[in-house]
Ligand binder design. Sequence first.
Ligand code: NI
Length: 197
Amino acid sequence: MPRHRLIAILAGVAAVLLAGVLVFRAGVFDAAPPPAAVGGPFQLIDQNGRPTTEQALKGQWNAVFFGFTYCPDVCPGTLQALAVASDQLGPKAKDLKIVFISVDPARDTPAQLKSYLSADYLPKTTLGLTGTTEQVAAAAKAYRVYYKQVGEGPGYSVDHSTAIYLVDPKGRFDRVIAYNLPPEEIARQIKDAMAGR
Ligand code: NI
């Protein structure tokens, strides 16, 4: 067999194996739990320092996701996609609140969240939440969110679940929106939810 052909085959095998690993990882991080088991009460602090509970989710649809402001890729990418999706809702954009819950309370103070979420591209209604280590752990547990500190020292990272949780205006979990979908698809799924589909 010609050598370049062998290399192509080996590369193909490696790609399939890598895809398998990625699917496995995605499954571990994003498995959709049964609806009734997701969400519930929490006590956190918003980016203005105000104590905030699950009551803040009532009165509008909410795209809730967990992350941290020092996140290099997943969180900024998700926020940008949600901002574009929100724009694509047109007049219904006002019926959606983006809710970012920190899994890094040691670094994500309310002030840090406020600075992070005041980016021009984000809707002004975007809600940032943090709290004590225990408060954040309880909120993450309620949403079946995984997170884990990786590395030591000031530059540590945090592995975390990447799914977006859509919560209805009564504060009830509606559905999971998978990570890394195009904004058009995110908008479509939110429109579906708003229309009761
Ligand atoms: Ni992140």
